[in-house]
Ligand binder design. Sequence first.
Ligand code: VGL
Ligand code: ZN
Length: 197
Amino acid sequence: MSKALLVIDVQNDFCPGGALAVPGGDEIVAPINAMMTQFDTVILTQDWHPAGHSSFASSYDGKQPFETTELDYGTQVLWPDHCVKNSDGAAFHPDLRTDGDLIIRKGFRTAIDSYSAFFENDQVTPTGLEGYLRTRGIEELTLVGLATDFCVAFSAMDARRLGFDVTVVLDACRAIDLDGSLDTALNNMRARGVVIA
Ligand code: VGL
Ligand code: ZN
C-alpha cells in the first residue's frame, strides 16, 4: 500500500500580500517541505483560473468579494481575483519545494470553480487525480495546504467519498474562516471519516 502527500494550493495569492491572503499562509511552507521527505509520492495542486473566472466578484455587476451567487451547480462564494493563470499570484510560494511527482491544476474552466483536487464544484467533472492515484496503487493520502476550510476540506471529503484513507495535518494548513466555515469544514471532514491530526 502506497502513501502520497497532497499539497494543496500553497501559492502566492493565498499567502500574506496575496490577492486572497490566508492568515499565516506562509508559515506552513517550512513544515510542508520537511514532510515531503517522508513520502514516496508528493503531489501539488495549483489553483489556476482564467481572467474573468465565474468565481471572481469582479465578473458580476454589483457583487463584492465574499458575497455569493447562484451558478448552474449551486451557490458559489465570490472571491477577489486570484490565481490568474501564469500570474505571479498563481505561482507557488517561492520557498516551497516543487520537485514532487505531479502538479495538478484546477479551476481552469471559466464557468466552474474547483475547490477539490478531485472534482470541480459541480461535483461530477473529474480532474483526473483519482485515475493517477489508482493507477499508481496509492490508497493513503495525507493532505496539507491552503485553505483548510475550502480546497483542503473539499479535497479531503472527495477523497473519502472515493474510498481513500485520508489524514489532514492541521498544523500544516491555514484557514480563510468565513462565517464559521472552519468549524463547519472540520465537522464535515470528521463526519466523513477524515482523520484530523
Ligand atoms: C481556494 C477560494 C478560492 C483555496 C481557492 O485554495 O482554498 N479558496 N479558490
Ligand atoms: Zn480559486
